[in-house]
Design a protein around this ligand. Structure first.
Ligand code: SIN
Length: 356
């Protein structure tokens, strides 16, 4: 009996070590000097998700497949680029933290500094993909393409979209046409700007959209076609994260009829150094809510950004705090966190968000 238990224990330890080794290992394709070099950082998500059946596209475990398997599943990638795959995390993107995103951004900064690296792809869960993409857009200053890609169907599904999305992402990251366009989001053949693109539907393949700004281009037969020359989104700023070790807590509060005004106070008491409001309409918050916000600004000198709970829209400077203009709450939050980390005053932050 004891012999059996000890054997099982040894087996489990070996299994864990093998898993750890495979987590740390990076995967490379055979080198072809004629092809560009693309580094793929893997974070997890549905693109690396597994279900019990090929028909299951709702109940599955995201972040189950490692980067090696993801690359192996798309042999055509080898004809486009030399791939260096690096597993950073492997989880559902709802569990990623600002610390994970800061770590990823620093890894990418080190990678794009290598002269032989042409571009970067990040495989990521779609639920918080736009947050990571926005953070990278605000912190990675390079002309090299940075492409964030995900999938809506797990890797085990019939018609899984991950392999084609990954192939297209590598094609975009390998193309000179993609230079100088900031961080890009790629799903469903569409290339979007990280600054504007948002997830609009929890289930469908065509979920990533930027209704007002539109997409930047599409991918046809693994070749990106851009509708416009490279351009910088209006209001995009750059933050140097070299000295940032930790990001401050910034909470988002949602607006609704009869909202509890005290939640804003609680957030600050629980450590928020800034707040973002997903306000009703453009910037509407309730009268008692605004009274609480006003005293928080007065007493704690904390920046409060008014954004909107609507999918699109313009929060203007008619509100009490700092308007987010076109940024949705989750994008405004990372901009505010970076501004606070960089030591900006409330007045500076107003200037950062404002669109002239
Ligand atoms: C996730 O965000 O990790 C799960 C959902 C997805 O990737 O589509």
């Amino acid at each position: 009996m004891w012999g059996f238990i000890v054997t099982c224990g040894i087996f489990l330890v070996l299994l864990c070590q093998l898993r750890l080794l495979s987590k740390r290992k990076s995967k490379s394709t055979p080198y072809n000097a004629l092809l560009p070099n693309v580094t793929v950082f893997a974070m997890g998500g549905t693109i690396a998700g597994c279900a019990n059946s090929s028909l299951e596209i709702v109940n599955y475990i995201p972040g189950s497949v490692g980067i090696e398997k993801l690359i192996e599943a798309v042999p055509a990638i080898k004809a486009i680029a030399n791939i260096n795959g690096v597993q950073v995390t492997n989880m559902g993107s709802e569990n990623l933290t600002p610390a994970d995103v800061l770590k990823l951004a620093k890894l990418i900064l080190a990678e794009v500094a290598k002269p032989n690296v042409h571009g970067i792809v990040i495989t990521h869960g779609t639920d918080s993909l736009e947050e990571t993409a926005m953070f990278l857009d605000l912190t990675i200053s390079t002309a090299k393409p940075i492409v964030v890609v995900g999938a809506m169907r797990p890797s085990t599904a019939i018609g899984a979209d991950g392999p084609m999305n990954l192939l297209n992402a590598v094609a975009v990251a390998s193309s000179n046409q993609s230079m100088g366009r900031g961080t890009l989001v790629l799903l469903n053949d569409r290339i979007g700007s990280a600054f504007y693109t948002t997830k609009t539907n929890g289930n469908t393949l065509d979920t990533f959209k930027s209704y007002e700004a539109g997409s930047l281009g599409i991918v046809l037969n693994q070749k990106p076609f851009y509708f416009f020359s490279p351009a910088v989104p209006t209001g995009k700023v750059f933050f140097d994260i070299y000295n940032i070790k930790q990001l401050p807590r910034v909470d988002i509060l949602y607006g609704y009829q009869g909202l509890n005004p005290k939640l804003a106070e609680s957030a600050v008491h629980l450590g928020a150094k800034g707040l973002v409001l997903a306000a009703m309409g453009a910037t509407s918050w309730t009268d008692d809510g605004n009274e609480v916000i006003s005293s928080l600004i007065r007493e704690h000198n904390i920046p409060v950004v008014y954004s909107h709970r609507t999918a699109e829209g313009y929060s203007s400077n008619s509100c009490l705090g700092i308007p987010s203009y076109f940024l949705n709450p989750q994008k405004a939050r990372y901009m505010l966190m970076l501004a606070i980390s960089s030591g900006y005053s409330i007045r500076d932050i107003e200037g950062l968000f404002s669109i002239k």
